[in-house]
Ligand binder design. Structure first.
Ligand code: DOR
Length: 301
């Protein structure tokens, strides 16, 4: 068992927000069949949102480019799904939420409290959602205010998911910590675009979007590495993890746990495999537990 912000996880892997997180049944499947240590929902907001026009997700050689646009049924519409997940999941269920202002964030958090999520993850980092996401997550004052507003109304851990699309992610991490965050999650997707050369049109319906998958792993590792030094609270690593080796790399950069997103589309049981292989790696190298390798790369000078 691993402890992360007071939550008990069977292994240090977590389903990332936005992937298979739109229904209670799919969240439970990732926890039970996939073996995830915890699961995060699709981001839920204050009002129903259809999202951006199709195509909203495309596969590239190096990962996925998406501009879903935070489609969701709003917190009243998601409550039953969250209740189902909580009743049937054998792993902690974290509610990912978004809003346009601190008070919208706290409204959504309060609205989901009846389902008793184990923690909240504040999405202040979607790169392509007008007025939401990065509009907040690139402004340290707003990040601190949003975090403090949610901390005021809930008594479960609050994680804050950060954008890599800033000059210095540690400034934003510091703001989340000042607002009372229990952990930060790094990173959300990296701004990107693809153009169809026959027509000249940008491929995504929204024109630009966010890149995830293999291509972003080195960006995520560097962000986690910098945040580990700058913050006291745990850093949860996410971005391009598709094997146990990637997970160990993220942990050596400073991650207390890793989230997996894009790689889930290849195989659901990636969580149990990463968990098992990390244990085998620790044993083979003679480390008594995962804390011994968390941030190890910082000691190698
Ligand atoms: O890349 C992303 N896409 N990041 C988010 O936070 C939300 C998602 C979407 O719904 O567009």
């Amino acid at each position: 068992m691993y402890t992360l912000t007071g939550l008990k996880l069977k292994n240090p892997t977590i389903l990332a927000a936005g992937v298979l997180g739109t229904t209670g049944a799919s969240l439970c499947r990732v926890a039970r069949e996939g073996g995830a240590g915890a699961v995060v929902t699709k981001s839920i907001g204050p009002a129903p949102k259809t999202g951006h026009p199709n195509p909203s997700m495309i596969e590239l050689d190096c990962g996925f480019l998406n501009a879903m646009g935070l489609p969701n049924p709003s917190y009243p519409g998601f409550l039953q799904e969250l209740e189902f997940a909580k009743e049937n999941s054998d792993a902690p269920v974290i509610a990912s939420i978004f809003g346009g202002t601190p008070s919208e964030f706290s409204e959504v958090a309060e609205g989901l409290l009846p389902a008793k999520p184990d923690a909240f993850e504040l999405n202040v980092s979607c790169p392509h959602a007008e007025g939401y996401g990065a509009a907040i997550g690139t402004n340290p004052c707003l990040v601190e205010a949003v975090t403090a507003a949610v901390k005021d109304v809930v008594n479960v851990p609050v994680w804050v998911k950060l954008t890599p699309n800033v000059a210095d992610i540690t400034c934003i991490g510091n703001a989340a910590e000042s607002g009372g965050a229990d952990a930060v999650v790094a990173i959300n997707t990296v701004k990107g675009m693809a153009i169809d050369i026959e027509s000249g049109y940008p491929v995504l319906g929204n024109r630009s979007g966010g890149l995830s998958g293999k291509a972003v792993k080195p960006v995520a590792v560097k962000c986690v590495y910098d945040l580990f030094t700058a913050l006291e609270i745990p850093v949860i690593g996410v971005g391009g993890v598709s094997s146990w080796e990637d997970a160990v790399e993220m942990i050596m950069a400073g991650a207390a746990a890793v989230q997996v997103g894009s790689a889930v589309y290849d195989r659901l049981d990636i969580f149990s495999e990463i968990g098992k292989e990390i244990e085998a790696f620790l044993k083979r190298k003679g480390y008594s537990d995962i804390k011994k390798i968390t941030g190890l790369a910082h000691e190698m000078v």
